[in-house]
Design a protein. Structure first.
Length: 353
């Protein structure tokens, strides 16, 4: 594969698919195949398919209930296995299928239905915390880490996925005036030399390392990819300002990269080439320098073409892809699938793919 050309297909809140949570099986499948045909026609070669948005499943699972974004009711079967269907459809078109998991988000801000009896909020309620409009598993609880690892192991064992993939949600983005309510796990496991912040980072670090080791033990050919927030820390490189994921999300993404706990990285470089404080090329170069052996395929904010206030021209995305080629990054991932349904975006991509 000379250039990795991926697309995130987001299912949380029905961002990309299915178009609404009440479609019949045949309609869901037709929508998915229409998208996959488009991706293949655009010469993409990988689909990053969100299969676990909220401790739920877009596949047959004994560990977690069916996602409500499929049928409108958590725990209700859509009548087929979307992950198995997607794997077969992707591979038939010469594309990889990367199963995208969210390790800690437990319930979305506006649930469509009551929780299923098999949802972790019902089976292990002590692990679930209310924080802002969402529910989250507490990453400091050892049972949380084990549950998410069990889910990952189950997918790798039973499905012919090419990779597991995680995005930027580890500890949640902070809610103003609130700290994450992890007093019980801090009291149980936080004793020692680490500060509260360092302990939280260590929780995530150990999970990432354990996940990588689990995948390689189960099926070494399956890759682990992570898509962190695009800035590790402000000042890295020196011109960069903005959100500090190290301090705010307790995500030491540079450590995971430098430690070799991933097979590829997709930093979300969701800014313009000309952005003075978040320069796309400056950030791409910085990430590449952290571990030259591991592929860095930037995440592109392709859906920004739809922004109501300041939409990007399709040429911005094209020029970012050209920069990745100049930097020999050899890949990128579009967020998200719906942006590729736009005729202008399609025409712009066909000119360079």
């Amino acid at each position: 594969m000379n250039e990795f050309r991926g697309v995130w297909l987001a299912t949380v809140a029905n961002i990309d698919w299915p178009s609404k949570p009440s479609l019949a099986m045949e309609q869901q499948q037709a929508e998915l195949l229409r998208d996959f045909d488009l991706f293949a026609n655009l010469k993409l070669n990988a689909v990053v398919f969100q299969v676990r948005p909220c401790c739920d499943a877009f596949y047959e699972s004994s560990l977690e209930p069916w996602s409500e974004f499929l049928t409108g009711v958590q725990g209700q079967s859509p009548g087929y296995d979307p992950l198995a269907f997607a794997i077969e459809a992707a591979h038939a078109r010469g594309m990889e299928l990367h199963a995208w998991l969210n390790p800690y988000r437990a319930r979305f801000s506006k649930p469509l239905s009551p929780p299923d009896p098999n949802h972790v909020s019902q089976t292990q309620a002590h692990l679930v915390k209310e924080y802002g409009p969402y529910q989250w598993l507490d990453p400091g609880e050892k049972a949380t880490q084990q549950h998410s690892l069990n889910v990952a192991r189950d997918i790798v064992r039973r499905y012919n996925v090419d990779a597991l993939h995680m995005d930027d949600y580890f500890y949640p983005y902070k809610v103003a005036g609130q700290d994450f309510p992890d007093e019980p796990s801090w009291a149980a496991y936080g004793a020692g030399p680490l500060s509260r912040s360092d302990w939280r980072r260590d929780n995530v670090n150990r999970f990432v390392q354990d996940l990588y080791n689990l995948i390689k033990a189960e099926k070494p050919t399956v890759k682990l990819g992570i898509s962190p927030f695009g800035i590790w820390r402000p000042g890295n490189p020196p011109s960069v300002k903005g959100f500090d994921q190290f301090a705010e999300l307790y995500a030491d993404a540079r450590l995971w990269l430098q430690s070799g706990w991933v097979d590829y990285f997709v930093p979300q470089l969701y800014w313009k080439i000309s952005a003075p404080a978040q320069s796309f090329p400056a950030l791409l170069e910085w990430w590449q320098e952290q571990n030259p052996k591991i592929p860095i395929w930037p995440g592109l904010f392709t859906s920004r073409i739809f922004d109501a206030k300041s939409p990007w021209p399709a040429e911005e995305i094209v020029n970012q892809i050209l920069i990745t080629r100049e930097r020999k990054a050899n890949g990128h991932v579009h967020f998200s699938a719906k942006a590729l349904r736009d005729p202008k975006m399609q025409a712009a991509l066909r000119a360079i793919y």
